[in-house]
Design a protein around this ligand. Sequence first.
Ligand code: KIV
Length: 271
Amino acid sequence: MSTESKTRAVTTFRLTEMKQRGEKISMLTAYDYSMAKILDAAGIDVILVGDSAANVVAGYETTVPMTLEHMIYHGRSVARAVNRALVVVDMPFGTYQGNTKEAVASAIRIMKETEADAVKMEGGEEIIESVERILSAGIPVMGHLGLTPQAIHKYGTYTVRAKEKEEADKLVRDAHLLEEAGCFGVVLEKIPAELGARVAAELKMPVIGIGAGGGVDGQVLVVHDMLGINDEFSPRFLRRYANLHDVMTDAFKQYIEDVKSGDFPNSAEQY
Ligand code: KIV
């Protein structure tokens, strides 16, 4: 591990300024060095080392199996590549929900061992003590409300959340609690657009949506989904910016053909 830690151009303070100016915030996930380097050079504002690595990298059905070691490995790989964007690492399931001491210890490990800038945690009132302890250790925290994939076994479905008044009211209360605790931002996942816009209007901290409509302060997508690497996931909120599944398949097929035919390597491609 390097002993120097980086100060990146995009800070949590800068994100608040962007919200105040009405400038939208761009955020995408990354899990490895090469992808993070491309994203950073392209000018993304925030890179999330999401525990969605469970789905798109490791092939698990849920994010529940991710461990602190997994997240530290991905976080470190990403942070090494990034000079400009703010790097946020997801705290994995089981490292903060039960015990505030363990929560602080987990967050400290992420910060020390990855050189990321902040952590993200799913939940509101039920995790607020852990959020406060982590913030008091000097670690910036981003919240995550609405569809919280780590709680999949509680809800049993990935459908749109907070459509009913009771759940929507709780989400608004939770968002205020996170802001009052000192979080620098919150992700709202898969909720009605009207609710997303209401939360963004009520809060001073930036609200980043994924399936939360256009009235929030910024957007996040899972990079494999927006690049079309995974062609099996098509929720309404997803816009595909490329079809890398087909581009990669064609490249792999061509390579296989070239190896089989003896065309690769040619005389210029050997020593
Ligand atoms: O893990 C993740 O990629 C996330 C995003 C969906 C916001 O939490």
